[in-house]
Design a protein around this ligand. Sequence first.
Ligand code: AKG
Ligand code: FE2
Length: 314
Amino acid sequence: MTYPIPIVDLEQFNICKEPEDVSDDVQHQLARQIIDAFSTIGFVGLKNYGFVHLQLAALMKEAKTFFYLPETTKSKYPYRFENQYDRGGWVHLEQESLNYLARPGDLKETFDIINDGKVWPDDEVPGFRPAANEFSHLCWTLSQRVLLLIGIGLGLEDPSFLKNQHSKDGVNHAQTLRCLYYPPLRRDTVIKPDQTRCGEHSDYGSITLLFQDEAGGLELRTRDGEFVPATPMDGVVLVNVGDLMQQWTADKLVSTIHRVVVPETKLTKERMSVAFFARADYDCVIKCLDGSDKYEPITSFDHLSMRLLAAHGQ
Ligand SMILES: O=C(O)CCC(=O)C(=O)O
Ligand SMILES: [Fe+2]
């Protein structure tokens, strides 16, 4: 089977290059490729995007050190969603169902980081915070590049409009870095009906950058309704459209359902991934860019709150 996701080479416009040094032709060509992918399958694979896997390996190592800690230690850092300024932390196994129609919960643990988090396991894993902050910064920079290409590709009057709604910091910034750990399953583990590593869902925000290790298991649903594997490729980051971007573009760009299945073999292999969710600033009102009223305007914060509460069974 051919790989279901188009791969785009970002070498000429990677994050080490200044946009003003890159010709309009190159930018428009890349923008077209991104829009083609985002308006059909909803995912693109980027290679040569400008940072190496050293930083990813460093973050995964620190995150694993955290996930390997005893439950009693990890529960000192529980996931909270108090308000827009105070959320993040550790989600335990089976706590969250990304497919919120299916309970029981997903066979995964996560650690979410927002606003440099208030909750950090600095005593136990001192290298986690610096590795995550460095990685988050690189991801934000890359997400800005992709948002600029979307603005160019959509022919917006101000091509920077979308990227300028995604601040790096400040009270309204909403970017989240999530480390996901899928523990090994024992041969005698009872997997409950409908239970999987990560339930089928579409992402909530604007775009997601997804870095996977080599374990595999990610699948996405094509327009024919069939799930196909999105096997990890060395040096490729997957970028996909979230629901709020679909709404913003009045369905020109599409968010695609995906999931992580329990492998049929190698059950005892662990899996790790890192997702960076680029979300519009909390106070940004999302109104259809084409001027239509296809969707009611909603703030980025209201949309996110609704989706997070559903995933946590509330
Ligand atoms: O772990 C993965 O590969 C997918 C995670 C995911 O889809 C998500 O967190 O939204
Ligand atoms: Fe996802």
